[in-house]
Design a protein around this ligand. Structure first.
Ligand code: GLN
Length: 495
C-alpha cells in the first residue's frame, strides 16, 4: 500500500497533480486501508466505495484537461450529519434509518469541486449530541491511541479517521466543542471557524445558532487549506456572511514575537490532574519561548457557559428535531392515528440523550418558563460574548486547555452532567461564535497503561480573525512538533 496516504492533504494533492500517482490509485489505497483498519477503530458508519471511485475518475479526467484542483485525490471522511447525494446519511440515529441524501451539503460539494475523494461517512454522537461518540445509535468508535477509550465527540469518527490514517482530513461540525474535543483526544488539529463562515446547508441541524462546520486534519496548514475551500457566503444559508474569505495559508508564521496571548484567570490549571496541568503549563511556556507575551485576562461569566448552552442548544434542538415524525424521512412506526404514529416513531427512533434534550428544550420554551430559562440564557450568552470582547482588548489570542482530561474509557461518564462538563473549555467560545481550534500540545500516560494519550491546546481569536488564529497555531505547532512525537498504537499494529 502506498505511503502517500500518510502524507498531509497538501502533499497528496501535489503528488497527484505532478502525476506521481492518480486520484484513482489513491482512492483504491484509501478504501483498502479503510476496510482493513476500520474494523478495530470503527470511524465509519458507511464506506462509500462506489462514490469514491466515481469521484476519483472524474478528478483524473479533469486533471487531464488541465483543471486546477487544490485537493486533487485527497481522501476525506465526512461526518454523517452532512449530506452527500446518493449516500446513506444517518446522523447516527435510528430515526433516519437508511435515509439516502438526495443532495449534497455545500461544504462537501466545495470539497468535491476541489478534487477531494470521500472515503466514508464518519460516526458521531446521535444528532451531534455528546462528547464521546457513545451516544451513536449505530456504531462504536474507538480511540486509535487506546482502543479501550473513546475518540471524543461528537465528531469522534471524523477525528479517529484522520488519526488512524484512513483519511487525510475530515469534516466535523462543532456546536459546543464537537470538533475541538475529539481532535484533542485523537492527537490531531480541529478547527471551528467563526459562526457563519461555512455554510450549514446540508448539515442536519442540531442548534442552528451554534452549529458550524470545520476541518479536522493532521496539521494546521491542512486546516487552513480546507478552510479556504469550504468558507464563504452561500445563498442557500442565510446565516453565512458576505465578507470575503481572507487567505490564511500565507499567514503561517515562524514565531510569536509581538503577540499577546491571554491566559484566562477563571480557567485555573490547579483544577486539573497534576500530569495534565504540567502539560498545559509547558504549553504556556512554549508560547512564551516562541516570543509571545502572556497576559492574564478575565472571563467572569465563562463559568455560566455550560448552563447557558444546555438551555439554548436543547431549545433549538427541540424545534429542529420536530421534523422527524415518521412522515417524511426514515423510520416510521405506525400507530392507530397520526398522533400515535408520531409518538411511536419518536419513542423508537430517538436515543435517550436526544429525548432528554428535546424534553429540556421544550420545557425551556414553554409559556411560563420561557422568560425564566430561555430568555435568561440568551442574556447570559450576550454577557459571555461581551466578556470575550473585553478580554480581546488586552490580548490577540486566548490560550487554554481544549479539555480537562485526555480521552476517557468507555462508560466512564455515567451521568449526563459529567459528560456535559467535558465541554467546559469549548462552549463559551461557541456561544460567542468565535473561531477556535485545538492543536496537539503533549501527552499523558495514565498509570497502569503504556499508552500515551494526546492533549490539545485550544486557541481562540476575535470574530473573523481566522487568519491570525491559524498563523499562531502554525507557529506553535512548528515550534513544538508534538504531533510527530508519537504514533497512535492502533496504527503501529497495522503498519
Ligand atoms: N458535547 C456538546 C453537546 O453534547 C457539544 C456537541 C457539539 O458540539 N455538537 O451538545
Amino acid at each position: 500500500m502506498s505511503d502517500i496516504l500518510d502524507l498531509g492533504a497538501r502533499e497528496i494533492a501535489r503528488a497527484v497533480v505532478a502525476k506521481k500517482t492518480s486520484a484513482l490509485e489513491i482512492a483504491e489505497d484509501a478504501l483498502a486501508r479503510a476496510h482493513a483498519r476500520d474494523g478495530a477503530v470503527g470511524a465509519y458508519l458507511t464506506i462509500v466505495d462506489d462514490v469514491a471511485r466515481e469521484q476519483a475518475r472524474r478528478v483524473d479526467a479533469a486533471l487531464a484537461k488541465g483543471a486546477n484542483l487544490p485537493l486533487a485525490g485527497v481522501p476525506v471522511a465526512i461526518k454523517d450529519n452532512m449530506c452527500l447525494s446518493g449516500t446513506r446519511t444517518t446522523a447516527a440515529s435510528k430515526i433516519l434509518g437508511n435515509w439516502v441524501a438526495s443532495y449534497t451539503a455545500t461544504a462537501v460539494q466545495r470539497l468535491l469541486d476541489a478534487g477531494a475523494i470521500p472515503v466514508g461517512k464518519a460516526n458521531l454522537d446521535e444528532f451531534a449530541m455528546g462528547s464521546s461518540c457513545e451516544n451513536s445509535a449505530l456504531g462504536v468508535t474507538r480511540n486509535p491511541w487506546d482502543l479501550s477509550r473513546v475518540p471524543g465527540g461528537s465528531s469522534g469518527g471524523s477525528a479517529a479517521a484522520v488519526a488512524s490514517g484512513t483519511a487525510a482530513f475530515a469534516l466535523g461540525s462543532d456546536t459546543g466543542g464537537s470538533i475541538r474535543e475529539p481532535a484533542a483526544f485523537c492527537g490531531v488539529v480541529g478547527f471551528k471557524p467563526t459562526y457563519g463562515r461555512v455554510s450549514r446547508y446540508g448539515l442536519i441541524a442540531f442548534a442552528s445558532s451554534l452549529d458550524q462546520i470545520g476541518p479536522i486534519a493532521k496539521s494546521v496548514e491542512d486546516c487552513a487549506l480546507v478552510y479556504e475551500i469550504i468558507a464563504g457566503a452561500d445563498p442557500a444559508d442565510a446565516t453565512t456572511v458576505e465578507r470575503p474569505v481572507e487567505r490564511t495559508l500565507d499567514a503561517m508564521r515562524d514565531d510569536l514575537k509581538g503577540l499577546r496571548v491571554g491566559i484566562v484567570r477563571e480557567f485555573d490549571l490547579a483544577k486539573l490532574e497534576p500530569e495534565v496541568r504540567a502539560v498545559y503549563e509547558q504549553a504556556y511556556r512554549d508560547l512564551e519561548r516562541l516570543g509571545a507575551e502572556l497576559v492574564e485576562v478575565a472571563l467572569p461569566t465563562a463559568d455560566y457557559g455550560v448552563a447557558t448552552y444546555y438551555l439554548i442548544a436543547p431549545a433549538e434542538c427541540s424545534s429542529n428535531l420536530a421534523r422527524f415524525d415518521g412522515m417524511r424521512y426514515g423510520l416510521r412506526v405506525e400507530g392507530v392515528d397520526v398522533g400515535a404514529t408520531y409518538e411511536a416513531t419518536r419513542a423508537a427512533g430517538f436515543g435517550d440523550e436526544v429525548k432528554r434534550r428535546i424534553l429540556i428544550g421544550t420545557y425551556a420554551l414553554s409559556s411560563g418558563y420561557y422568560d425564566a430559562y430561555y430568555v435568561r440564557a440568551q442574556k447570559a450568552r450576550t454577557l459571555i460574548a461581551a466578556d470575550f470582547n473585553t478580554a480581546f482588548e488586552w490580548c490577540d489570542v486566548i490560550a487554554c486547555p481544549a479539555a480537562s482530561s485526555p480521552a476517557f474509557e468507555f462508560n466512564a461518564k455515567s451521568d449526563p452532567v459529567s459528560m456535559y462538563l467535558m465541554d467546559y473549555y469549548t462552549i463559551p467560545m461557541s456561544l460567542a461564535g468565535l473561531p477556535s481550534l485545538s492543536v496537539p500540545c503533549g501527552y499523558v500516560t495514565p498509570s497502569g497503561s503504556a499508552k500515551p494519550l494526546p492533549l490539545g491546546l485550544e486557541l481562540t481569536t476575535p470574530l473573523f480573525a481566522e487568519r491570525a488564529l491559524l498563523g499562531v497555531a502554525y507557529a506553535y505547532e512548528r515550534g513544538t512538533r508534538h504531533a510527530e512525537k508519537h504514533c497512535p498504537p492502533a496504527l503501529e499494529a497495522v503498519r
